[in-house]
Design a protein around this ligand. Structure first.
Ligand code: G3I
Length: 305
């Protein structure tokens, strides 16, 4: 196959990208989007601050723009993200206790209901575990409402959109030996054992020299899959250039292909100039929209798999 999406489809997987509504008028951007990718994640437009800027006043304009563009082109959509300690609307940031718990659950219910039937998978909860050696939860206003806030969010999402896969999504959970990875693993294991509705785990996979592609990455994906969930690479970008970047992209792609329940890969932007890493070159297309060596290595790996 000659495009990322078609190449991934050969093994029943998808290949997606993050999309920013503000770039949809850029024909180079949209041309690559329409040609190469078969899954779309809104980079910011479905987050809590974007969708509920004032309490109980929901705003779906930019999220809809991305969703409709994708669906009109026959692409599926990953929803990102229903509950997160970051990018909360101002009115939520200083809330606590029962009021915050209810506001969070109402948000999950309202947004998942609005998009019911149109989302392949939701990142129900994003980045709820602490960095460092504790393996425990991240402190946040949501965490302080009680340790069961995550399962409450998943149950609300399931009730609102029973057809969407429900994912937990995080970063620095790629290395099997990290305490954070182990903490998330234990939560998923616990959810599966108690029947809390969880279908998938997203590995953001933002890699750079401080946080390289771990040698045990495939092991991590496989161990989570063995718990009975799908795994997905949800926000892939890898700093670097040339052949070393290309070989890292190759390794990540092959790791997913080697795990039956790794259902797809999403890169976090199209061209290097679209990346949240302002000064870097972590993506598959250069600023002019030309394919990089990293692109070719991903395409070849998908075609070989
Ligand atoms: O749109 C406003 C613009 O109107 C304003 O003038 C400008 C001034 O700061 O800000 C613009 O909003 C920015 C937005 O990106 C759109 O560009 C926000 O400040 C900025 O904080 C926001 O950054 C996003 C970041 O999440 C916020 O946490 C990045 O685009 C987005 O790529 C990044 O994505 C996250 C995932 O959601 C979760 N995992 C990590 C990943 C990378 O940080």
């Amino acid at each position: 196959a000659t495009t990322l999406g078609a190449a991934a489809q050969q093994s029943g997987r998808y290949f997606g990208t993050a999309v920013a509504a503000g770039r949809l008028g850029d024909s180079t951007y949209t041309g690559i989007l329409n040609r190469e990718f078969d899954m779309v994640t809104a980079e910011n437009e479905m987050k809590m601050d974007a969708t509920e800027p004032n309490q109980n006043q929901f705003s779906y304009g930019n999220g809809d723009r991305i969703l409709n563009q994708a669906r009109n082109q026959g692409k599926r959509v990953r929803g990102h993200a229903l509950a997160w300690h970051s990018q909360q609307p101002g009115w939520m940031q200083n809330m606590s206790g029962t009021a915050l718990r209810n506001a969070m659950l109402n948000h999950v219910t309202q947004v998942a209901t609005y998009y019911r039937g149109k989302i392949y998978a939701w990142d129900v909860v994003n980045e709820a575990f602490a960095d460092g050696s504790s393996g425990g939860r991240r402190d946040s206003n949501l965490q302080r409402t009680g340790n069961d806030w995550i399962e409450a969010a998943f149950r609300a999402a399931r009730a609102a959109d029973p057809g969407a896969k429900l994912c937990y999504n995080d970063y620095n959970t790629d290395d099997w030996s990290h305490a954070k990875t182990q903490g998330v693993y234990r939560m998923v294991q616990d959810f599966k054992s108690r029947g809390v509705p969880i279908d998938c785990v997203g590995f953001q996979s933002h890699f750079n020299s401080q946080s390289p592609v771990p040698s045990n990455y495939q092991t991590t994906l496989q161990n989570f899959a063995n718990l009975g969930v799908d795994v997905q690479i949800t926000e892939l970008d890898i700093e670097g250039s040339g052949s070393s970047q290309a070989s890292n992209y190759d390794r990540v792609t092959r790791a997913c292909l080697a795990v039956t329940r790794c259902t797809g890969i999403t890169v976090w932007g199209i061209r290097d100039t679209d990346s949240w890493r302002a000064s870097g070159t972590p993506l598959l297309f250069d600023g002019n929209g030309n394919k990089k060596a990293a692109y070719t290595s991903v395409l070849n790996a998908l075609n070989a798999g």
